[in-house]
Design a binder for this molecule. Structure first.
Ligand SMILES: Nc1ncnc2c1ncn2[C@@H]1O[C@H](COP(=O)(O)OP(=O)(O)OP(=O)(O)O)[C@@H](O)[C@H]1O
Length: 311
């Protein structure tokens, strides 16, 4: 049973098949998470963005988090990283509550948990060389001689297939895909157990996207790092994650193995997401078009004019 996931807070359409997979010894257990952002106006009540999200993630697992823009995907990632206010619920890493840590305790956690952001153009300090960027987490984590740090930076660059001489160059000298490799190397510097990947490939072209995903998979098979993979792209989810959570308006409406959720979505919101996803296969596209036409022709005229919300 997923941590804290009770029959009372499980929404209609909730799939249960994925629960057992990651719950024997979850690395991460999120239980009934609530996030409220303060409203900008004077005396306005805070705005609830995440309402009781519960899920678990096992060591070495990739869990995708999908949903439309504004559904709260990044907010969940930020709440795990201590970058969004946790109003209720708990976040446990290896059994330890981490949602309300002081700044120093949070900093100490950077060896366990890291993030790769969407925009490789904005996430690397343009005034620092790649060597300095990669050295920063190493020196922040503790005493390290310059020669040990250099050796580690060389290893990191090698692990993301970047030449060692990248060390002395600035981020502006690299393409988007290369910058994302550098950002991944930085995230890996302290060998974290969990990396929150927040749309790490959406700013990249399709070929570079595939190369970065392949790199993340290769690194995971070597290091056993877990990924919480935030994306709006179902094609990427199919390729990359064994399990997926679907988020609608701050609530998790479906959770299960990726193939099941994508091929037989149980919740109407997931059904709409899947139907709206671009389908490269022309046969599948034709089937979907025919199914849509059949549905329209069997729907009474009145319903077509006033469609009912189904959830
Ligand atoms: N710091 C903040 N203060 C107030 N509201 C915020 C803040 N950050 C995000 N929001 C709001 O919270 C909601 C969820 O935002 P979030 O960025 O988590 O969504 P998302 O699903 O990641 O969207 P996208 O796919 O567009 O990145 C949005 O309505 C957003 O406007």
């Amino acid at each position: 049973m997923t941590a804290g996931l009770t029959t009372t807070n499980r929404p209609a359409g909730y799939r249960t098949t994925g629960e057992t997979m990651s719950t024997s010894h979850p690395l991460l257990a999120v239980d009934d998470l609530v996030v409220d952002y303060p409203a900008p106006g004077f005396r306005k009540p805070p705005r609830r963005v995440i309402s009781g999200a519960s899920f678990a993630l096992a060591a070495g697992e990739t869990l995708a988090l999908v949903g439309e823009s504004g559904s709260g995907k990044s907010t969940i990632g930020k709440a795990l990283l201590g970058l969004a206010p946790v109003t209720g619920g708990s976040v446990r890493l290896d059994g330890r509550e981490i949602s309300r840590l002081r700044r120093r305790q949070r900093r100490a956690l950077s060896g366990d948990m890291q993030v790769v952001f969407q925009n490789p153009y904005g996430s690397l300090n343009p005034a620092r060389t790649v060597g300095q960027i990669l050295a920063e987490p190493l020196f922040a984590a503790g005493q390290l001689s310059r020669s040990d740090a250099r050796r580690r930076i060389e290893e990191l660059l090698d692990s993301v297939h970047m030449p060692v001489d990248s060390m002395s160059r600035y981020p502006s000298h690299f393409s988007g895909g290369q910058r994302q490799r550098i950002a991944i190397a930085r995230a890996l510097a302290l060998e974290p157990r969990l990396i929150v990947c927040d749309e790490p490939t959406s700013a990249l072209d399709v070929t570079t996207q595939a190369a970065v995903l392949e790199l993340l998979q290769e690194l995971q098979s070597r290091t056993g790092t877990s990924y919480l993979f935030i994306t709006h792209d179902l094609a990427v989810v199919r390729h990359f994650a064994a399990r997926v959570l679907v988020l609608e308006g701050g609530r998790i409406v479906e959770d299960g193995p990726t193939a099941e959720v994508c091929d037989q979505p149980a919740h109407p919101y997931t059904q709409r997401l899947v139907a709206a996803a671009p389908v490269p296969d022309p046969v599948l596209q034709r089937m979907r078009r025919e199914q849509r036409l059949a549905r329209i022709s069997s729907t009474p005229d009145q319903e077509l004019m006033c469609p009912q919300e189904t959830h």
